[in-house]
Design a protein around this ligand. Sequence first.
Ligand SMILES: C[S@@+](CC[C@H](N)C(=O)[O-])C[C@H]1O[C@@H](n2cnc3c(N)ncnc32)[C@H](O)[C@@H]1O
Length: 265
Amino acid sequence: MQLTKNILDIDFDSIPIESFWNMSDKKENKMHRIHSYPAKFPAFITAKAIEHAENRGVNVNLVADIFCGCGTTAYEATRNGKDFWGCDINPVATLIAETKSQQYSNEKLEQYFNKIITNFLQYSINIKEVWGIYCRIKYWFKEKQIADLLKLKKAINETVPSKSKYMKFFLSAFSNILKPTSVWLTKSIKPQVDPFKKPADVIESFTKQVKMMWDANNENILTKRAKVKIENINFLNKKINCSFVDLIVTSPPYVTSYEYADLHQ
Ligand SMILES: C[S@@+](CC[C@H](N)C(=O)[O-])C[C@H]1O[C@@H](n2cnc3c(N)ncnc32)[C@H](O)[C@@H]1O
């Protein structure tokens, strides 16, 4: 298909369905489930696209995703030994994508986690700090959860080196427990409070989340160290040299900002 063809001139119904693209019998790796994100695409698409291109003689060294979201392509490209470049306008997306495309030492994860919990237990929060918090946050969280989240964030900041991949790992874990520890109506993309919800305990949720990410990391044994670069930018402003990528695997923003409300809020 010519890329220059006007999209409105393409008769999509006449494109034959190829069973190659239908499904994969392989189970998705746990790393794809470490953080919720709207409009993720199925992980197998990346490996299939690489296979499709290579069967047609393309030497695939670098894969790109210009709307990388939570890093489905980033993770799968590196898992298949390919270098990756990607970007997303949403900083939560690039945080998750960067976290997913790295490997971590179990020993360091355990050390940092234990120290975070020790520090957390030592901190006390003055109730005035909770009252002084930004009003939108108070709308979504109960006082106990706000106080514990403040302590947890402080413990992460003071334990983990700020520029390290481990900081991204623990910030992603922190980010994914915000919904269960809030009064956000579960399973709803519409931002609304559930007056009957009993929000989850912060440390229990964080421990469960880190354990789940730990298991995902253990499944992620990379054979070749691929290079990964992920930028938090608006792609429309990017000056790009088209010859630097071999294959683009992407899905454009096809949902509205409404669907991203949980992340933005
Ligand atoms: C359909 S999602 C991609 C999901 C991704 N395939 C995944 O599996 O997570 C589209 C993404 O485009 C991003 N986006 C929208 N406009 C953008 C822009 N101008 N520049 C970069 N990213 C943009 C959104 O933040 C969203 O994460």
